[in-house]
Design a protein around this ligand. Structure first.
Ligand SMILES: [Zn+2]
Length: 512
């Protein structure tokens, strides 16, 4: 059986790959000789839950993570980690079948869990501690691996930021290639995230043709080079999949959804003197964004709590302004938490929901609604963790308008990004596949949850029946075993499940 390699391109955009394919020879090979198409991701199109939905093959309602913040507890500031993902992963299933796996830099894998092989954790890894690799000793062998960027982005540091991003990419690619060379793996995966970082910060440079116009192209070319080296090292019997967690486009505006909800009397502030004072200061224009802009203008940004580096200090600063602690929760009907357009209902009755939806459609700019669609949680999620899901998710101007990740950031409902971030996520990312079993085809209707069942099928594994994704059979050649082999689903022993249920009930009764 041949090997399977997945290369993640965080924020990868299929349109620009097609446009630049003559200058990206490796990616061109995938498009001209393999299977390719858009890859629909989760709604909202966010790195998390997109990557865990990929590696579980399930919608977030089945594994319990909907966003960067924990929804299952009352603490609204708790950032999730891999222990929150209540489901098997692609590599845990392969490991159980003794397949050798190597998984590098996949978001939401920290703390590293046991795997039959090697793991280096990805996004949301705080530092190089003993949970950053599996096994722990691996960390000693990869001293040159870069976990984070050293340079924080500011408009004045565009060059340094880009150069650092290239260094981080190269360090991760080199470690990946060294590990592929060092031993045999049945399944290998690495996620390159600098495509996302650079697209966020240089999108408008590309559109407006500034002197940093080529930054995004250059990071794609770096990725193309690294993929070529990985392919040369892995050998000809390997089937490759390239995927992104979401697509990319411009980021036009930021929306202070909580401020809108305050205006519409759906969110209420406490009637305390301090809150009133804060609210009035806020209305006068003393906002975190304005203070930040002032500091930048004075050239003091190096001494200022830059969000990428000093998150705690920034949060403290933001607390001087309006925050969730100022909210009157007894009266509040809805609030926004999350950085795309997530709305949570504090009062769950259906008439409140209808009222909130009606008001939101009136969120206008120049007399035109900015809302394309309001998804209700029943449209997006199912499963054991359904009750914790975001109640409503807004699609505002094809996700080119997104909400602030903090309570409120300025006294305008619709505002520019305070740091000049000009690129944002889109619903359709990229899917490419190439190898001895992969045919030339345009793939339609591929979704991020389809990759795990597809790879399990390639390893002749049984697919857990609660996976939401499907096997992408249209990518396989006519003579490939992958096309001939029947898709196998794991059988659940119902009598056993019933027995377990009865035992649980008996235990409970005894406790009562
Ligand atoms: Zn991103």
């Amino acid at each position: 059986m041949g090997k399977v390699v997945i290369i993640g391109l965080d924020g990868g955009n299929f349109d620009i790959i097609q446009k630049w394919k003559d200058k990206l020879p490796t990616l061109k090979k995938f498009i001209d000789h393999g299977s390719s198409g858009y890859l629909k991701t989760t709604i909202p199109p966010l790195t998390i839950p997109a990557w865990p939905s990929f590696y579980t093959g399930k919608n977030p309602g089945k594994y319990g993570v909907f966003d960067f913040v924990d929804r299952t507890s009352k603490n609204k500031n708790k950032i999730v980690d891999s222990t929150y993902v209540k489901s098997d992963s692609l590599w845990s299933i392969l490991s159980k079948d003794n397949k050798k796996c190597c998984v590098i830099n996949v978001p939401l894998t920290y703390p590293a869990k046991k795997i039959n092989g090697l793991m280096i954790t990805g996004l949301l890894t705080p530092k190089r501690d003993s949970f950053f690799t599996y096994p722990k000793q691996l960390s000693e062998k990869i001293k040159d691996y870069r976990l984070h960027l050293d340079v924080g982005y500011t408009k004045k540091k565009k060059k340094e930021f880009f150069n650092d991003a290239v260094k981080v990419h190269r360090a991760r690619a080199k470690t990946s290639i060294d590990l592929v060379k060092s031993q045999y793996f049945d399944f290998f995966m690495v996620v390159f995230t600098m495509t996302d970082e650079i697209s966020h910060h240089y999108w408008k440079d590309m559109v407006k043709k500034t002197k940093y116009e080529k930054a995004i192209f250059r990071i794609y070319r770096e990725a193309d080079n690294s993929i070529k080296k990985l392919m040369d090292t892995a050998g000809k019997d390997t089937n490759f999949i390239i995927m992104s967690d979401h697509g990319f486009g411009s980021l036009e505006k930021m929306v202070n959804l909580n401020l809108f909800l305050i205006d519409k009397k759906l969110l209420f502030l406490k009637k305390e003197i301090l809150t009133n004072l804060k609210y009035n200061l806020f209305k006068l224009g003393f906002t975190p964004t304005n203070i930040y802009n002032l500091v930048c203008k004075l050239g003091l940004q190096d001494f200022f709590p830059e969000p990428r580096i000093n998150k705690n200090v920034r949060e403290k600063l933001l607390n001087i302004f309006l925050s969730f602690s100022d909210v009157d929760w007894n009266r509040t009907i809805a609030y926004s938490l999350g950085n795309v357009g997530q709305i949570h209902l504090n009062k769950k009755d259906i008439h409140y929901k209808k009222k909130v939806i009606k008001s939101l459609y009136n969120l206008k700019e120049n007399n035109e609604s900015i809302i394309d669609e309001i998804y209700e949680k029943k449209d997006l999620y199912s499963g054991k963790y359904f009750e914790y899901a975001t109640d409503l998710c807004l699609k505002m101007k094809d996700f080119s308008y997104i909400s602030y990740p903090v309570f409120v950031n300025s006294n305008k409902i619709i505002d520019n990004h305070p740091l000049g971030i000009s690129g944002g996520h889109r619903l359709h990312g990229v899917f490419l596949a190439y190898g001895p079993d992969i045919k030339f085809n345009n793939v339609k209707n591929a979704e991020i949850i389809d990759i795990t069942p597809t790879v399990l099928h390639m390893f002749n594994q049984e697919i857990p029946p609660d996976m939401d994704g499907k096997v992408l059979k249209e990518i396989f050649k006519e003579n490939s075993d992958f096309l001939k082999n029947k898709i196998k689903y794991e059988k659940i022993d119902k009598t056993n499940l019933e027995k377990q249920k009865i035992n649980k009930t008996l235990k409970k009764l005894r406790l009562l």
